[in-house]
Design a protein around this ligand. Sequence first.
Ligand code: FE2
Length: 428
Amino acid sequence: MQYDLLLRHAHLHRRADLVDIAVKDGMFAAVAPDLAQATAVRELDVEGCLVVPPFIDAHVHLDAVLTVGQPRYNTTGTLLEGIQIWSERKPSLTHEDVKQRALEAIRWEVAQGTLYIRSHVDVCDPNLTALRALLEVREEVRDICELQLVAFPQDGILSFPNGRELMRTAMELGCDLVGGIPHYEWTRDMGVEDVHYAFALAQEFQRDIDCHCDETDDPHSRFTEVMAADTLTYGWQGRVTASHCTAMHSYDNAYAFKLLRLLARAQVNVVANPFDNVVLQGRFDTYPKRRGIARVKELLAAGVNVALGHDSIMDPWFPLGRGDMLAAAQLALFLCHMSGYEEMSEVLDLITSNAAKVLRVQDRYGIDEGKPADFLVLDAPSAFEALRLIPARLHVFKDGREVATTLPAKSIVRRAAALDGQVVHFRR
Ligand code: FE2
């Protein structure tokens, strides 16, 4: 058998021995410890590097990326000032402006191995400018990146003029998922109705749901339980994601215990966003300051599927970032105390297999024979080393085609005999 591509000596996540990986017609054709007899058009010896399926950004806002400083910088650094600045920027959004920024951010993400992106799109805009632009982007990048769009009511479904109608129009225009923002509605009752509306709309359009939910430090913000209850009522198990859920950080343990069991029972996914969560939450605290991130470790232990998002890339809420999901995973490792040896393996799952479940792409995701040959080669041998080094994504493949290449940076220390002038590998 002549393959199109043979990867030699690859490390797979959670597998000790090295394997060879054969690709034919854009699909994984064989994954085995030794394909010594096989030949291919291209052979690539990865010398023990870790090969993983593509990273997944389960939560980002592509309409707002790269707008930091427009029209002004966030001086307090808070979520609420961020929303205010975004509302000042929104009137100047144009079709081309949104497209160019989104395409640039996608280019950054793909270069670093992220080939699946779920983006929330602010639909609190009578013209739906950002949505119309991102619907085009979704089609234009299809060859290298699968983009899912969520109708996201930034200013509320009930608290914004014609909020319900805008959500419906967004779905009619072709959004993939229904969003919500219950904790931001004016009252508790309106928040509950926000969730109910999202579920009714999702059922009508037969779409999945991903709501921003309880993105606050307020321990009384309890809409994630409403999402879980509605999931059970509608029989939408596995199709619902609660994003952020930062209030969970501040719930008393008795209530958190109840909620975690309910989320597991309803098979509601949770997406945490370490960059924005740690920067935006805890802002009303003096000391000690809360980290304000969902209880990732405890959710996983309770059997809840958890994934991560980048959330912001240089926007009014989070001024930094370069679209690197591995950096987001490393930050989650720190914030969630997941530095135990086995826990570090689970952290890699948060941006790969767990996130594939959130996006419901498991049937075509993973390094298995018969699945599309989507994968990346990291300049590190293991999850442990990947999370320590945040190494270069040497090769990124989609459908068996190389879509991005990165050369690792090289450091050399000179002018000290004891340090010998050789290339520094940062290896023990
Ligand atoms: Fe978000």
